[in-house]
Design a protein around this ligand. Structure first.
Ligand code: SAH
Ligand code: F3S
Length: 488
């Protein structure tokens, strides 16, 4: 396995109270400016790309004006996300024109996959278009660009998981990291572009996941998030697509590893490493996973459990394969087995045909669950999706806007109630960074994913600290450190 080259860009200094110093690979002469938009998977993918590029002689830079190559990892999930990327391209254009004529520009990720050659036609600044499964082809594509040609590879793969590449950790705090475990999505929610841009679902080999986890632990990391569009659907049976599992041999089926098993393997392998995961689709989250979470202290008690709508009619139109009643049952089970588990949501308002009654069903679902936090969006029609092709985007913008504001306000209320319930309690916080508001305070998260800030004292980044909660805002706990926790 290639587990050497990520050590070349590693943390070599973790002095108390200072930001971690990152050492660059010394032989590399060329400069890569890479930035990411969208989901955690994109940020994780960019670390894989940085690793591939470091073998090609590129070190990263934060300065556009000195970059030989600019790569932007893009998001297509909503129209606004795409507009943000288009604006960035204009910025690159200006920098290239005024300061850096040698600069080449590549587009990676979901917009690359969605727009393909259109990108080269519509955006003159773009030299290179690379879809999410084609990053290993970057060296070949760059060679073409260097010959003055445009280059493109947007082929989706049945088995690419980048399991053999050790990511170069970008913008790292040296404490928390993403570990990707599945790629693609087979769910075909009717509003969602991801199945088209990231292809069919496939899982990464458990051995390579464990190696990465062990490697992170050795480098001082203490908190990992297992990543996938739909992590609970993880299934390793020797490689291949999730949908082809039925065709696997009896032997492959008997030795297969599902998500609850993978969680258990990770939790046992590094019993002091905090383990998180995201995202869970309610239809795939099993009782086994909930029980495994309860069985291992180091699996964090937080589930991101997007529901999108509280209306059975809308859930069906979205092709979400569960009802509101089944969702409530799941919530009840989580709360029974893991009483202090935090639960967060994603919600969409204004899906085609959504009536006031449908919306009120969403409101009442939220009131039932009282989520700890959530991410809420107005429906944005995506070309090529089932809803995009067959349903009219018929909820007026003003109605979408009002409904969004209503649930954002409601969520804030619920967050406040949930956050206040920690007052007076002692929580274990892993220090991740300096607080944005004060250089005298640390910021970290509890195992339940609640942000907590407190005066620095004698503690340092990477310490697990017991903190007494004395105050809070709607989203953040404030407290005083009592002592190092016994997890150190
Ligand atoms: N399973 C994925 C979901 C990715 S999209 C995950 O790992 O999180 C993240 C969220 O964006 C979705 O849960 C949904 O709430 C929102 N979203 C997706 N498509 C959308 C669209 N067309 N319009 C508005 N919001 C959308
Ligand atoms: Fe999208 Fe639904 Fe998959 S939201 S990423 S199609 S679970």
């Amino acid at each position: 396995m290639q587990h050497q080259h990520n050590m070349e860009k590693t943390i070599n200094e973790t002095k108390q109270g200072e930001l971690l110093v990152v050492k660059e690979k010394t032989g590399n002469k060329r400069k890569l400016f890479i930035e990411s938009y969208g989901c955690a998977m994109n940020f994780s993918d960019s670390e894989i790309v940085a690793s591939i590029m470091s073998d090609q002689g590129y070190n990263t830079t934060q300065n556009l004006e000195e970059a030989d190559l600019v790569l932007v990892n893009t998001c297509s999930i909503r129209d606004k996300a795409e507009q943000t990327v288009r604006k960035r391209l204009q910025k690159y254009n200006a920098v290239k024109r005024d300061h850096n004529p040698k600069m080449k520009v590549g587009v990676l990720g979901c917009m690359a996959e969605r727009l393909k050659t259109k990108f080269l036609e519509e955006e003159k600044i773009v030299d290179l278009v690379v879809g999410p499964d084609a990053y290993k082809d970057l060296p070949n594509l760059l060679a073409e660009v260097e010959e003055g040609k445009d280059a493109i590879n947007v082929i989706l793969s049945k088995d690419e998981t980048y399991g053999d590449i050790s990511p170069v950790r970008l913008n790292t705090n040296g404490v928390s990291a993403f570990v990707s475990i599945t790629r693609g999505c087979d769910n075909m929610c009717t509003f969602c572009v991801v199945p088209f841009t990231r292809g069919r679902e496939r899982s990464r080999a458990p051995q390579s996941i464990i190696e990465e986890v062990n490697n992170l632990w050795q480098q001082g990391y203490k908190d990992i998030t297992l990543l996938g569009q739909n992590v609970d659907s993880y299934l390793w049976y020797g490689g291949g697509l999730k949908k082809d599992f039925e065709k696997a041999t009896d032997m492959q089926k008997a030795t297969s590893v599902n998500f609850s098993k993978l969680l258990e393997i990770c939790a046992k392998e590094q019993p002091k490493m905090r383990i998180r995961f995201s995202t869970s689709n309610p239809q795939d989250l099993t009782m086994d996973v909930i029980k495994t979470m309860a069985n291992y202290k180091n699996i964090c008690n937080h589930i991101h459990l997007p529901v999108q709508s509280g209306s059975n009619r809308i859930l069906k139109a979205m092709n979400r394969l569960h009802t509101r009643e089944e969702y409530f049952e799941l919530i009840d089970n989580i709360r029974e087995i893991i009483p202090n588990c935090t639960i967060s949501q994603d919600m969409i308002v204004g899906f085609p045909t959504e009536t006031e009654q449908d919306f009120q069903d969403t409101v009442s679902l939220m009131k039932y669950v009282k989520y700890n936090f959530g991410y809420m969006y107005k429906y944005s029609e995506r070309p090529g999706t089932l809803a995009g092709r067959h349903m009219q985007d018929d909820v007026p913008e003003a109605t979408k806007k009002r409904r969004l504001q209503d649930i954002v306000d409601l969520q804030r209320l619920h967050s406040e109630i949930r956050t206040k319930s920690w007052l007076g309690k002692t929580v274990e916080v892993l220090i991740e960074k300096q607080s944005k508001k004060s250089d005298k305070e640390w910021s970290g998260r509890t195992a339940e994913s609640i942000v907590c800030v407190f005066p620095k004292g004698q503690y340092k980044i990477g310490d697990f600290v017991n903190v007494k909660v004395t105050d809070c805002t709607s989203a953040t706990l404030k407290g005083e450190a009592i002592t190092l926790s016994d997890n150190n």
